[in-house]
Design a protein around this ligand. Structure first.
Ligand code: FAD
Length: 398
């Protein structure tokens, strides 16, 4: 008997959605991706793909391309705001975990996966914002979009990110994202700004008395070849109020906030353009990740604050693990339960680690910052070893 191929409706064309569509091909599913954004143009600042995420990209045949278009981070170096070296973590990732950590523009990562999707002939529809899901017995599952159109399939995968609409279908009245009181600024600058300052191939993280500032290379091209990000207390101001500011006003704000911080932070701020403002959101643990024929993955299931640098990597892990489980051909309910049982402990451990890391980026007294610096100097080697479980995970060999 020839079994008809089943169809997955994937909501969200960011990172997890397109990766899942690629993996589902070998699980006997055809997929259709629906993305709210009007077109494919990538968005966002720079991010780091950790070795665990790189294993997934390797499975997609994209690891070498990431190394080519991004920049391998040899380690992460910590300093305080006067430039005093505090310690380093994440050394020799490739040797220890089988893949390096790679800095790349989020848009470049997303574009690379979407290019594969298109090449594989998987349909991606832009300008399709999901507004409602209908999951009725003996009927295909139906997704309704804000333009009045709908699509039907055998299952629906919610890969629609931190502001997920699918999440509310799975957990009606459930948790919603909340602001952590920190606001993020970031963007790209020419590589030469860091090269002139003698910055090596590392992620540089400066922890101040108030806030933090990070930077590193993210591409071999001169223009936009380095990324920076700045996390600071929002002072009760909504991120949308910052977004309403002009670029020059934003620059002035960031400059004033980091006045007196070590080089090349002033030079980075001077060269900043197209500054991106991000809310730093968190969300409480969801009661469940699936309902009926609907399952959540990536940020929709377990959005994390950015302080562990793992959001994209664990979204990629979800894509691979869900597809592998679906390949077994069990009932969707059984598969989704196994997926959640396998993935939830790891995702929640990472979310908790990110929350702890974020604690060192809020406002502190002078004495508190001094104590923090001493603690980092003494404890960073122990902390570094304690992070290995995050990177050691290889979703291909479960
Ligand atoms: C400042 C910052 C720094 C970060 N740094 C890192 C880092 O260094 N390393 C790392 O691994 N991660 C990092 N992340 C996190 C990372 O970007 C996310 O975890 C990752 O993109 C999650 O992938 P996703 O596919 O689940 O969601 P997304 O990439 O957010 O994709 C979701 C998609 O769904 C679409 N969508 C939303 N609602 C609907 C709807 N109703 N209908 C249809 N489509 C919809 C959205 O437009 C979006 O394209 C960072 C995040 C931030 C904010």
């Amino acid at each position: 008997m020839i079994r008809r191929s089943r169809k997955a409706i994937i909501i969200g064309g960011g990172i997890a959605g397109p990766a899942t569509a690629m993996f589902l091909r070998s699980a006997g599913f055809e997929s259709q991706i629906f993305e709210a954004r009007p077109r494919a143009a990538g968005i966002g600042g720079g991010l780091q793909i950790a070795p665990n995420g790189m294993h997934v990209l390797d499975e997609l045949g994209l690891a070498d391309e990431m190394v080519r278009i991004g920049s391998v981070a040899e380690s992460m170096l910590f300093t305080n705001q006067s430039g005093r070296f505090l310690g380093s973590i994440n050394r020799d990732m490739r040797e220890r975990f089988g893949q390096p950590a790679v800095n790349v523009a989020r848009a470049a990562l997303s574009d690379a996966i979407l290019a594969q999707v298109r090449w594989a002939g998987i349909e991606v529809s832009f300008g399709k914002r999901l507004v409602r899901i209908e999951d009725l017995p003996d009927r295909p599952i139906a997704a309704h979009f804000d333009d009045g159109t709908m699509a039907e399939g055998d299952l629906l995968i919610g890969a629609d990110g931190v502001h997920s609409s699918v999440r509310a279908h799975v957990n009606p009245g459930g948790p919603v994202p909340f602001d952590t009181g920190l606001v993020g600024f970031g963007g790209f600058i020419p590589r030469s700004v860091l090269e002139k300052a003698g910055v090596g191939p590392h992620v540089m993280m400066t922890l101040g008395q108030r806030g933090s500032f990070g930077y590193g290379y993210c591409s071999s091209t001169e223009d936009n070849g380095a990324m920076w990000w700045d996390t600071q207390s929002s002072g009760g101001m909504d991120a949308s109020a910052f977004r309403a500011m002009s670029q020059e006003q934003l620059k002035q704000h960031i400059r004033a906030f980091h006045a007196g911080w070590h080089d090349p932070i002033p030079q980075i701020i001077d060269h900043a353009r197209d500054i991106i403002v991000t809310d730093t959101l968190d969300i409480a643990t969801l009661p469940q990740w699936s309902r009926g024929r609907v399952v959540l993955i990536g940020d929709a299931a377990h959005a994390t604050t950015p302080h562990a640098g793992q959001g994209a990597s664990i979204a990629l892990e979800d894509a691979l693990r869900l597809s592998r489980l679906l390949r077994r051909g069990e009932e969707f309910g059984v598969t989704f339960a196994k997926f959640e049982a396998e993935r939830r402990p790891r995702a929640e451990r990472i979310v908790a680690a990110a929350r702890r890391n974020g604690g060192s980026k809020g406002d502190m007294s002078r004495a508190g910052a001094l104590m923090r610096d001493i603690a980092i100097k003494l404890l960073l080697p122990v902390f570094a070893r304690g992070q290995d479980w995050m990177y050691q995970y290889n979703p291909r060999v479960r």
